[in-house]
Design a protein around this ligand. Structure first.
Ligand code: HSE
Length: 324
């Protein structure tokens, strides 16, 4: 079922909820944070998806698309649907859920579009179930959505989307999520209007790494975590280096090297590929610098004649937000 850009809801009240509709905003996220492939991620304030969920008397999951992306409405093939089915499996009652999704985060942009849908769906549904599940349970359910999107269960978008802030996924099986504090940081995002499928961006990665590269990488991850906890901007900047993934993936992103170099020249602490790309993010200490970085990004993509969107935003410490 698909309706187009309708932003009004008229629901029939259902006895189970007193007709309750839970509405949320589910934020975009930046996975990897340059050196922390599959283990680090943070949520941003902008952009975010809007979702609404209610019980229905049709057992199972019904997906209603309110945007123009024409995403699958078969629950097993839809990231929000797969996450909700995993949740309903544990509820083990013949319950029906209908989720309406208005995506502002473009699929395939590298800022956690699939995670926003999957995480938003289970957080909203959990409210209907009177918060019966823990955040860690919700991450576990939502990872089923990531499996649909990329073939692999990873939590570095899902966890920050649900917990807010910066999260470290120390382990996936079993789940061990560590919330990290961070000093004030501004985030500049640029999304060149090309699509990179996460599955493809994972498929080109090397399966073996050299010990010397691994040593450099875990030095950077540890440095970044220490920099965040201590509020040490210089250490954060030095640690935003990726010797394993970026050299392979950056070839998929036009202008990547120039954006990195000119963003640093404009005063950014550093940055790199957002998730599996093609979006690129840069961190700055203050908003004025983040805007200078945005101008540098514009300049590069205008020169290349490449359509692009930018955001100047902040780290979102709340994660999924209830709007009713
Ligand atoms: N860690 C994942 C990857 C994030 O880089 O493939 C995908 O958004």
């Amino acid at each position: 079922m698909r309706t187009q850009f309708i932003h009004q809801f008229s629901y029939t009240p259902y006895a189970e909820t007193g007709g309750r509709v839970v509405s949320i905003q589910s934020p975009a996220t930046v996975a990897n944070m340059v050196c922390g492939f599959d283990v680090l991620g943070f949520a941003v304030t902008d952009p975010y998806d809007e979702m609404h969920i209610r019980f229905t008397d049709t057992p199972g999951v019904t997906i209603v698309n309110l945007d123009a992306y024409d995403l699958p409405t078969q629950p097993e093939q839809n990231v929000a649907g797969a996450a909700l089915l995993a949740m309903l499996d544990e509820v083990a009652e013949p319950i029906g859920l209908e989720v309406s999704i208005f995506k502002h985060i473009k699929p395939g942009s590298g800022v956690g579009s699939s995670a926003a849908s999957a995480a938003g769906a289970v957080v909203a549904a959990n409210r209907l179930f009177n918060d019966r599940f823990s955040k860690s349970d919700l991450v576990r359910f939502a990872m089923n959505g990531e499996k649909v999107a990329s073939g692999v269960k990873h939590a570095d978008n899902i966890a920050p989307c649900i917990y807010g802030g910066v999260t470290l996924i120390r382990s996936i099986f079993p789940l061990d999520i560590v919330e990290l504090s961070a000093p004030p940081l501004y985030v500049t995002l640029v999304h060149p209007q090309i699509e990179v499928r996460t599955a493809d961006a994972r498929g080109i990665l090397k399966q073996q790494v050299l010990l010397k590269d691994a040593i450099r990488q875990w030095g950077n991850i540890a440095g970044l975590v220490a920099g965040l906890l201590q509020g040490d901007y210089a250490l954060i900047g030095r640690s935003l280096e990726d010797v394993l993934i970026e050299p392979v993936r950056s070839i998929l992103i036009p202008g990547f090297a120039d954006i990195k170099q000119q963003s640093r020249e404009a005063g950014a602490l550093g940055g790199g590929i957002s998730g599996s790309g093609p979006s690129i993010f840069m961190l700055s200490k203050d908003e004025a610098t983040a805007k200078d970085v945005e101008a540098a990004m514009h300049g590069i993509y205008e020169k290349l004649g490449l359509d692009h969107h930018t955001y100047v935003t902040t780290i979102n410490h709340q994660g999924v937000k209830f709007i009713n």
